[in-house]
Design a protein around this ligand. Structure first.
Ligand SMILES: [Zn+2]
Length: 142
């Protein structure tokens, strides 16, 4: 790539990651995760798995998932991948729909407990190449 092309390259930070298949962030409403129910057998998955792992169905309907769940397990992480500011917390959240979500937790390390109620929120999940936060879904204490 020539120097001229490099200068022309648009350098806008990619700071928001609302993957349209995972997360909805309606204006003036609370965000929700998108579950996908198989139209053939009814199995609900997050994220979407195609074809359905239960029946190989290929048609799904989107189901807004509950915003609150129970923290099944978690880990405080002190060594992370590039782009992640340590320490950070990852966990599994069980939703009432019998779906287990893997997500980062918003809050301080050494403060979470298994079986406590958490709720969906958004926040920085990592930094992009420009050192700016990339925003996506997280869970926090209720
Ligand atoms: Zn199915």
């Amino acid at each position: 790539m020539t120097e001229k092309k490099k200068l022309k390259k648009k350098k806008e930070p990619d700071i928001t990651f609302y993957h349209p298949d995972l997360l909805a962030v309606p204006e003036n409403e609370r965000p929700y995760l998108k579950g996908y129910r198989c139209k053939k057998c009814g199995q609900l998955d997050f994220p979407k798995v195609t074809p359905c792992p239960n029946c190989w169905g290929e048609e799904f309907e989107m189901v807004p998932l509950s915003r609150r769940g129970i923290l099944y397990s978690f880990s405080d992480l002190y060594i992370g991948q590039p782009g992640l500011n340590t320490p950070y917390i990852c966990g599994y959240i069980d939703l009432p729909e019998n779906v287990r979500i893997f997500a980062m937790l918003k809050g301080e390390v050494k403060t979470f407990k298994c079986d406590e109620e958490v709720e969906l929120t958004t926040g920085p999940i990592r930094m992009n190449a420009d050192g700016l936060p990339i925003i996506s879904y997280m869970f926090q204490k209720v």
